[in-house]
Design a protein around this ligand. Structure first.
Ligand code: MRU
Length: 347
């Protein structure tokens, strides 16, 4: 990785453990303001996860892990039943991204296994160490996803992405955007089209902000411009992240991803998903049983404080959709590029 790129990368840290505190970038304030917030109360951190101050599947996994550590620090005495209740409370903050339940359940199981040890040992050597490992592993997985995915990117390619699967969404350099950053850092001349991603605009607010900061040529489009952009701008591939991937490759990701996959088929454009293996949920045989989070109607009725629809109107507010495996050409993980029909996830 080039030094200038590495230096810039180090300046964006959406989540940090800082001596008993969790420090996050409040992503709801971007791109206007870069605000850091510090948490010692696990309930407040859960609230930040619900409000999408910290968001993106891997980042909420890390945040959930640290939230459990904060809860242990707030607890007067060791109480396994209470820890289980808190773990469930954290997991239910956002139901679709499997990374959250994966990270929190991992730590809970280790706490249970070590429940005869001292509370101090459980807090520091079990929970905190595991949370930090989850965070560090994510940084490494992001790098490897970038390297593996870069093999699919040609010099001169125009790439369309949706939502934000970048530095802001992970512990490291992103998933879908890690592929883009790795191609950029290896001197491929690439251009990115970022869907704005209604309703909460993670594409225009976050993806455009971080790609622009890192120096990648980026164009923002409204979601309803995707088909025309594919038709007229020679899009070479589409890369998105994932919140949960079933054993057959069906992939839950930000609402709008499914539609893009249908357009990609129409225009014969390769459609790629990039995600760490912590996003695979191999217990699920297909995407049919993935729980889709529904959000408050105000996210549709308002943009910021501006009301853009009658306040009493009915709304339908799914935050994610499921793209069927057959619409996905490849799923890029830290291990390898898995091609449809995705028979090699467990290798
Ligand atoms: O609601 P969000 O902003 O948490 O949704 C994020 C996404 O859908 C991302 O594409 C996904 O979590 C992958 S992030 C590497």
């Amino acid at each position: 990785m080039k030094e200038e790129f590495q230096q810039k990368l180090e300046t964006i840290k959406p989540i940090k453990w800082d001596d008993g505190k969790v420090v996050i970038i409040d992503q709801t304030a971007l791109p206007e303001d870069l605000i850091y917030e510090s948490y010692t109360d696990y309930k407040e951190l859960i609230d930040a996860i619900k409000k999408l101050k910290v968001r993106g599947a891997p980042a909420i996994g890390i945040a959930g892990a640290y939230a459990l550590v904060l809860a242990l620090n707030q607890m007067p005495d060791f109480n396994l039943d209470e820890i289980l209740k808190i773990a469930d409370e954290i997991i239910s903050a956002r139901p679709t991204a499997v990374n959250l339940s994966w990270a929190v359940s991992n730590i809970y199981s280790l706490i249970k296994k070590n429940s005869k040890k001292s509370f101090k040992f459980i807090k520091n050597e079990v929970a905190l160490k595991t949370a930090i490992n989850i965070h560090n592993d994510d940084i490494e997985m992001c790098k490897k996803i970038g390297v593996n995915g870069n093999a699919l990117i040609k010099n001169g390619m125009k790439i369309l992405t949706h939502c934000n699967a970048g530095i802001l969404a992970t512990g490291g350099m992103g998933t879908a955007l890690s592929v883009i950053y790795t191609a950029f850092d290896s001197d491929k001349n690439i251009k990115v089209f970022a869907d704005e991603t209604r309703p909460l605009l993670q594409g225009s607010r976050l993806t455009a902000w971080e790609l622009n900061y890192m120096g990648v040529d980026t164009t923002v489009i409204c979601d309803n411009m995707a088909a025309w952009t594919m038709k007229t701008k020679q899009i070479g591939c589409i890369i998105v992240g994932a919140d949960r991937i079933a054993a057959n490759g069906d992939t839950a990701n930000k609402i709008g991803t499914y539609g893009l996959s249908i357009l990609a088929k129409e225009f014969d454009i390769p459609f790629y998903v990039a995600a760490p293996s912590s996003t695979l949920d191999l217990k699920l045989s297909s995407g049919n049983s993935i729980i889709i989070e529904e959000r408050g109607s105000e996210e549709i009725i308002k943009i910021g404080n501006k009301i853009i629809a009658p306040e009493n109107i009915n709304t339908f507010t799914p935050a994610f959709d499921v793209t069927p495996a057959e619409n996905i050409n490849a799923i890029i993980t830290e291990k390898k590029v898995h091609f449809f029909p995705f028979k090699d996830f467990e290798e």
